[in-house]
Design a protein. Structure first.
Length: 117
C-alpha cells in the first residue's frame, strides 16, 4: 500500500513541495507547529528509522543536508531550528514513511516536556 507521502512524491495528491531531487522530496507539513515546518522524505519507501539499512546511510545523510539547505533558504539557520525523526508508537509516528521534520521560525522551548510527577 503506498503511503500518503508516496502519493505526494509521485504528484498524485497536492502538496506544497519546496524541494525535490532523485533521492528526496521536501514539502510543507499540512498542520504546521511553527512558521517553518517542512518534511524531508526519501523517494523510496522506508517505513521507520528502524528500517534504515547500511545501504541507506548516504540517503539519510542527504536528508539532513537538504534540511540544512532548506533552513538557510527559509532564513532560520542562524536563529536555529529542530530536526526530528519520530519512530513508532512511543515516538508518536503517524505516517509510516520515513520523514525528517524541519521545524523553526520561533523559539521552540525544551525538546520534550517531562511527565508530571
Ligand atoms: P509523524 O508523527 O512524525 O508521523 O508526522 C507526520 C506528519 O505528517 C504530521 O506532522 C502531519 O501533519 C503531516 N502530514 C500528514 N498528511 C500530510 C499531507 N497530506 N501533507 C503534508 N503533511 C502531512
Amino acid at each position: 500500500m503506498p503511503t500518503i507521502f508516496a502519493k505526494i512524491i509521485r504528484g498524485e495528491i497536492p502538496a506544497d513541495i519546496v524541494y525535490q531531487d532523485e533521492r528526496v522530496t521536501a514539502f510543507r507539513d499540512i498542520d504546521p507547529v511553527a512558521p517553518t515546518h517542512i518534511l524531508i522524505v526519501p523517494n523510496k519507501l522506508i517505513a521507520t528509522v528502524n528500517d534504515v539499512t547500511e545501504d541507506d546511510k548516504l540517503l539519510v545523510g542527504h536528508m539532513v543536508f537538504v534540511a540544512a539547505q532548506l533552513a538557510r533558504q527559509e532564513g532560520i539557520a542562524e536563529d536555529g531550528y529542530r530536526l526530528i525523526f519520530n519512530c513508532n508508537q512511543h515516538g508518536n509516528q503517524v505516517v509510516f514513511h520515513l520523514h525528517l521534520h524541519l521545524v523553526g521560525g520561533r523559539p521552540l522551548g525544551p525538546m520534550i516536556l517531562k511527565p508530571r510527577e
